[in-house]
Structure formats: structure tokens, C-alpha cells
Design a protein around this ligand. Structure first.
Ligand code: P6P
Length: 345
């Protein structure tokens, strides 16, 4: 029998990579392993969506007026249950909850806030398109009331550069967990036999030169700013000297589009446009975690001109335009959209 090469599980990797020698791993690791347990539960329900009818509308609407489905609620509840025991956690921001969710009173004094989109893109499940959970861990000063009720806005509304860790779980052909704690980006695949998340990509880097992909929903072309028009027209121009041109790639599921961009490069764009003056994507639990992943992998993420990680949120559900991917392509976008000099990719 071929010896199975021993690859570290998520827990073993965290213990060896995130803990100082001969000491306990930092408490946020318990939140991450809790998210992995929730991801396992969510993956099972996602895989059976077609059989169990978990997609129908619950009849209520989420905080943004979008029709919520049973599986969105399930994902939110699974995450809250699985991370609630983490000693480190003091409060949760969720796309599925209007306000900050303080943890049950008497919860041990936590050291971080979890901002999460429990199941981004769930409307795609009906046609079996990959969807995902996006998470961000932010610090908060332990002196505050541990139940989270006493948290101050300045504790919660922190720029993405303050994140302790961030990442996503992609429910696709394989269930993949990707995270960073500021020391590189690492990818794990869930082994259906053992149920363990096994390391399959250590220190992921956005390739350069990257795939010549641009990724955006061109149905909104009529509503774009003229500079956005010019940028996409630039991608469509035949390159000089017969060099390879750009291809369009757009799945319409943020975690899937970002995961492809992380692994092969390119430029993902969800710009602001007429009718969506701040774009569609959420800053704290979609753009900021993806921005930390991209920067840690050698890429970049902006709102078109300003780094996402430098933006201080005004409210927990604030939206932002997002341009993320290969550094030189994000810089190129900024040269079209900002006031910098025009550059050619
Ligand atoms: P559009 C899914 O609904 C989502 O929130 C993201 O996953 C995705 O990137 C975006 O919306 C797609 O939006 O307007 O292109 O359908």
C-alpha cells in the first residue's frame, strides 16, 4: 500500500506555525478551528441543498432587505454555535444580524471580534455554483465589558489593517479553507474520508506575471463611471506586438472569484456605479478580509484608489467598491480611476 504522505492537519499546522516554541497557540486559533468545524457542518448542508430544499426563502428578509434563505440562517447559527466556546471571542458582526451580537453574559473576557459573512453567494446554490464563508478577526481591548455590550464603536469600527486573522471557506468541488494571520497565506482542503482540513498550499503567492484575467459584471456597463469604461476598454484592446490579450472571467460568487484570482492572478472588480454609489460588497466582512489575504499573498486590494485595509468603517454593514488581485493590475486600475499617471499593463 502506498504510504500516505503525512501532511499537517489545520490544527497541527496552527500549533506548529502560530504558537511560540513550547507555548500554547494564541487564543484566536480556537476561533479559527471553530470556524473550520462550522465549515464542515455547512459543507454537508450545502452538498445536500438540492435534496433537502434548504434554499427556499424563509419569508423574512435579512438586515439588507434581501430575501434570506434557510441555509443562510443555518450557516449563521452553525458559526455562532461553534465559535461561542472560544475563550477569545467577545462579540460577532454578521451579515445575518442587524447589530453587533454580544456573546452570552458571563462569557470569559474575549480578546477579539469576529466579523463574518456566513454564506456569501448562497443565491448561486440553486445552480451548484461554489459559495463561501468569509471571516475577519479584529482585536478589542480586554478591559472592555466582555459581554460585548460595553464595546465602544472605536473598538468595533477598525480598519482592516488591524485584523488579527482573516480568510474564507470555499464550498466547491472541494471544501477549501484559506487563512492568513499576517504571516503568509495558507490553504487547506477538507479530506472527505477523515473530515480533517489538510494543508495543501503553504504561503500562497499571487503569481506574477499573472493570468491576464479581468473579472467584473459587465451588465452594469451603462451605469459605470467613464473611467471604469476606459479601464475595461483597455483590457479589451488587442495588445501590441501580438502579445496575449486579456480574458474575462466572472462567476458572480465573491469567494470563488477571489480564490481563482489568488491562485492564478488577474483583477477582480466590483466598482461603484449609478444606483450603487458605494458598490455592493461589504467592507468589514467581505472586502477587508479578502484585502488582507491579497496583500499577504503579494497582491493588492483597493476601493479603486485607496487601500481597502486603510479604510476605517463608518458602520458595521458599510459597503465599498473592491478592486483586488495582481498588484500591477490593481495599480493599473488606480491609474485609470484615480489621478495617477496612466500606465499600461
Ligand atoms: P452581481 C453574491 O450575491 C455577491 O454578494 C457576491 O458573492 C458576488 O461577488 C456579487 O454579489 C455578485 O453581484 O451584482 O454581479 O450579481
Amino acid at each position: 500500500m502506498r504510504a500516505r504522505t503525512l501532511v499537517p492537519t489545520l490544527e497541527a499546522f496552527l500549533e506548529s506555525e502560530e504558537a511560540a516554541p513550547s507555548s500554547e497557540p494564541p487564543d484566536w486559533v480556537h476561533v479559527l478551528t471553530g470556524l473550520a468545524r462550522a465549515g464542515t457542518r455547512i459543507a454537508r448542508v450545502v452538498a445536500r441543498t438540492g435534496l433537502t430544499g434548504t434554499l427556499p426563502r424563509t419569508g423574512d428578509r435579512n438586515v439588507h432587505g434581501e430575501a434570506a434563505t434557510r441555509i443562510d440562517k443555518y450557516a449563521h447559527n452553525a458559526i455562532v454555535e461553534e465559535v461561542a466556546d472560544a475563550e477569545m471571542l467577545c462579540s460577532i458582526i454578521s451579515e445575518e444580524a442587524e447589530d453587533l451580537m454580544p456573546l452570552p453574559s458571563g462569557h470569559p473576557d474575549g480578546g477579539c471580534i469576529l466579523a463574518v459573512d456566513p454564506l456569501d453567494g448562497s443565491s448561486n446554490l440553486g445552480v451548484n455554483v461554489p459559495v463561501g464563508t468569509i471571516f475577519s478577526l479584529l482585536p478589542h481591548s480586554p478591559s472592555d465589558d466582555a459581554t460585548g455590550a460595553g464595546l465602544t464603536l472605536s473598538d468595533i469600527l477598525r480598519p482592516g489593517r488591524d485584523q488579527i486573522a482573516a480568510g474564507y471557506i470555499l464550498y466547491g468541488a472541494a471544501t477549501t479553507l484559506v487563512y492568513t494571520s499576517g504571516r503568509g497565506v495558507h490553504g487547506f482542503i477538507r479530506d472527505p474520508e477523515s473530515g480533517e482540513f489538510l494543508l495543501n498550499r503553504r504561503d500562497i503567492r499571487v503569481p506574477s506575471p499573472s493570468a491576464r484575467h479581468y473579472s467584473t459584471n459587465e451588465a452594469y456597463t451603462r451605469r459605470w463611471d467613464p473611467r471604469q469604461h476606459e479601464l475595461v476598454r483597455h483590457f479589451k484592446k488587442p495588445p501590441p506586438g501580438g502579445a496575449k490579450g486579456f480574458s474575462a472571467r466572472y462567476i458572480g460568487s465573491l469567494v470563488a472569484d477571489i480564490h481563482r484570482t489568488l491562485l492564478v492572478g488577474g483583477l477582480f472588480m466590483y466598482p461603484a456605479f449609478r444606483g450603487k454609489p458605494e458598490g455592493k460588497l461589504r467592507l468589514m466582512y467581505e472586502a477587508a478580509p479578502m484585502a488582507l489575504i491579497m496583500e499577504q499573498a503579494g497582491g493588492r486590494a483597493t476601493n479603486g484608489t485607496e487601500d481597502i485595509l486603510d479604510i476605517r468603517p463608518r458602520d458595521i454593514h458599510q459597503r465599498t467598491p473592491l478592486f483586488a488581485g495582481t498588484r500591477e493590475l490593481v495599480d493599473l486600475a488606480a491609474s485609470f480611476l484615480g489621478h495617477g499617471e496612466r500606465r499600461r499593463a
